[in-house]
Design a protein around this ligand. Sequence first.
Ligand code: ATP
Ligand code: MG
Length: 444
Amino acid sequence: MYISKAFIPILKNNPSEAKIKSHQLMLRVGMIKQSSAGIYSWLPMGFKIMKKIEKIVREEQNKIGAQEILMPTIQSSEIWKESGRYEDYGEEMLRIKDRQNREMLYGPTNEELVTDIFRSSVKSYKSLPQLLYHIQWKFRDEIRPRFGIMRCREFYMKDAYSFDITDEEALFSYNKFFLAYLKTFKRLDLTAIPMAADTGPIGGNLSHEFIILAETGESKIYTDKRIFDLDSEGTKLDKKSLEELRKKYEKFYSVTDEKFNKNEFEKKVSETNRLKTKGIEVGHIFYFGDKYSKPMGASVDLPEGKKDFVKMGSYGIGVSRLVGAIIEAKYDDKNEVMKWPISVAPYDLSIIPMINKNDTSVLKKANQINLELEKNGIETIIDDTEENLSSKIKKMNLIGVPYQIIIGKQTDGDLLEFKEIGKEAKKINLSEIIKIIKEQKTKN
Ligand code: ATP
Ligand code: MG
């Protein structure tokens, strides 16, 4: 793709309305455009990145055996009246009337709708567990939308739902998502730490928020630094391994503001390991038993012939928020250098030829190189403008394509100037460059 034809409307300066770096960068390079308060259009670069994130989220859901469905954005109020949440949800719910005067709403979440789908088709314990998910737009009429797509009103979310008959089986499902989340965020090159939420008065109820560290995050967190050394590497999908994985994380104190208890923190975490900072919630998993299945009558036949309400959990990932979260984690705003993880980068590599009006040879060379890269599945963007090198580099630093090839008139033979953003350039040949990038891509 030539940059002159790409729809990347770059601004010279940071837009003054943006208070945090993800919002600044997203406006600066034209990833999004606000259409009204808390509602955004996604332009090609932003959309491309979000789609790549979505793909990784989807792959990790599929790996634990979750099945993808697609529920509508518009829901009927009926099911929400059954669960009792129609009144409870309050002003965050966007309520709509259709031409027949029926009460509809734009879904803020889908527990009711998925329970309705489940109860109408699944009748026996033999069909369990069921893990269903979809990736769909949500609307919440947030009182204070801000920080661009980080806290907006319309956002893109992966939400999954599990159905089981016993607490033990339900916990197994919960733990599968726990693992899937750790793997998803790792592939996005993010360190997201699971923070235990309250276990409620009856016990049994479980909840974890997945938080990445960022000064601009809205969640205050208190944690034991040693939790950052943990990994899910090699964890198998059986009950025992998954339970051990979760216990391994739960050994370390890590909570958000709501659950913070100073005495407990100081008792459980030595002074050197204490970390008090801020973070961004990118995912949230929850086990809530029969909270929805009971009022909505979602039950199945049990082996002994009796019937029981299914035990459910729900599991959300903020797919659109993740675009911003990655920027918060990776953008060096002092030097104005962004580096997208290769797993979600809008392009793998940028080709920066130094072009002179009367000489097409350098652009020709860029095109040849591009052809070879494309043959090898490497996605590129070529800066075909006649700007000078330093402004080209500046622009590419903002776009954040992780690798660059710079071609000058003196570039001769096989050796090319190759650079990983933020690192020193080196001279190597094209086949080596291809090898490096391919390796990085397959790691993910
Ligand atoms: P928050 O505490 O940030 O308001 P929440 O607890 O209301 O989030 P959930 O219902 O758990 O959110 O939704 C699942 C995920 O969806 C969150 O972890 C977050 O990543 C994302 N999300 C929630 N609200 C928004 C929003 N207004 N804008 C963008 N993403 C959101
Ligand atoms: Mg939450």
